[in-house]
Design a protein around this ligand. Structure first.
Ligand code: NAD
Ligand code: TYD
Length: 339
């Protein structure tokens, strides 16, 4: 593989993926197609500016002509679609951009890739397409799709388009579905970076409901290794689940972050629950382990400590994000809840 095109590479997972690929594959060139929404940040890949193996294109994946211009510019061995609106709470406030980017954007990209005979396409999806688990059980690749939020519904629609393009056109696509990621460069709207950033500033942390919802946490580098394994070894038309085998209740995770940061539990604020809040996510990743030889390498203990250390060392990165539009979003999302 010589040249790959990554969409959404200025976001959290895409930037970690590009960094990992460029560091581990010296022969590889990467084209990063990103619209630079509120979540896209050129700073996330500042270390590769000027590197001849890295090319940035400010392009919206919904813009067919622009996507085709980039695809026509050089032979491309694979396209990986990370670009998305990714935050459940924002999808509850306004689903419009989720339908546009996650569904129409995926369709636009798929059609352009078909036209240019791209030999391999990886759709980066989420376990949220499976809906919610009760107290027991795990999501497998066979679990029926049952999304509950506008975000997960839009990701499911994209997955179904990918599935349909494989079946209808034999388009060579693969899909990954991963559980909740954490790690460096995550936008401070998701639970872990939001709570670390608030705690560092001695601000309250808003726990939805009683905090008994469960998420299965995976370090972003383990997810990126899974995407890489899918790209290089996966069977076309297949779906691969990835997870950290690390289930935690939100309230227990919150208390752990407080303890590690040396703060007090009086900063916890139990606020009104998220509408339609999925109770529990947990992944069976045995297919990826058996077929791709992938296993998560990070323990949560190591991953969360490194993540906390990264946010402490990069408070300027956080500070630059937490202004302007971010403050407007924070007030709209939490103003009434926090009172
Ligand atoms: P993110 O919100 O941090 O980054 C999204 C990136 O996509 C940003 O750089 C943004 O500018 C770009 N983008 C948005 N709309 C675009 C458009 N129309 N055209 C081009 N670029 C656009 O998201 P993330 O957390 O890095 O997630 C990346 C992917 O992984 C998403 O598809 C998401 O659904 C999936 N995923 C995320 C998680 C998680 O825990 N964060 C878990 C499983 C799957
Ligand atoms: P989040 O990081 O938004 O990921 P997702 O909703 O995609 O799983 O949320 C993780 C969990 O944390 C989820 O159960 C919702 C909860 N949560 C809070 O309790 N408070 C918050 O401010 C946020 C952002 C999330």
């Amino acid at each position: 593989m010589k040249t790959i095109l990554v969409t959404g590479g200025c976001g959290f997972i895409g930037s970690n993926f590009i960094r990992m690929e460029l560091n581990e594959h010296p022969e590889l060139t990467i084209i990063n197609v990103d619209k630079l929404t509120y979540a896209g940040n050129l700073e996330n890949l500042a270390d590769f500016e000027g590197d001849p193996r890295y090319q940035f294109e400010k392009v919206d994946i919904c813009d067919r002509a622009e996507v085709e211009r980039v695809l026509a510019s050089t032979p491309i061995d694979a396209v990986l679609n990370f670009a998305a609106e990714s935050h459940v709470d924002r999808s509850i406030l306004d689903s419009g951009p989720f339908i546009t980017t996650n569904i129409v954007g995926t369709q636009t990209l798929l059609d352009a890739c078909r036209k240019f005979n791209i030999p391999r396409y990886v759709q980066v999806s989420t376990d949220e397409v499976y809906g919610s688990l009760g107290e027991t059980g795990l999501f497998t690749e066979e679990t029926p799709l049952a999304p509950n939020s506008p975000y997960s519904a839009s990701k499911t629609a994209a997955d179904l388009l990918v599935r349909a393009y494989y079946h209808t056109y034999h388009f060579p696509c693969l899909t990954t579905r991963c559980s909740n990621n954490y790690g460096p460069y995550q936008f401070p709207e998701k639970l872990i970076p939001l709570f670390i950033s608030n705690l560092l500033a001695d601000q309250q942390v808003p726990v939805y409901g009683a905090g008994t919802n469960v998420r299965d946490w995976i370090h972003v580098v383990d997810h990126c290794r899974g995407i890489d394994a899918t790209l290089r070894k996966g069977r076309v038309g297949e779906v691969y689940n990835f997870g950290g085998r690390c289930e935690m209740k939100n309230i227990d995770l919150t208390k752990l972050l407080i303890q590690k940061l040396g703060k007090t539990e009086s900063l916890i604020r139990n606020v009104a629950d998220r509408p339609g809040h999925d109770l529990r996510y947990a992944i069976d990743c045995s297919k990826a382990e058996q077929e791709l030889g992938w296993v998560p390498q990070y323990t949560f203990e190591r991953g969360i400590q490194e993540t906390i250390d990264w946010y402490i060392a990069n408070q300027e990165w956080v500070r630059r994000i937490r202004s302007g539009d971010y403050l407007k979003y924070y007030a709209e999302q939490y103003g009434k809840r926090l009172g």
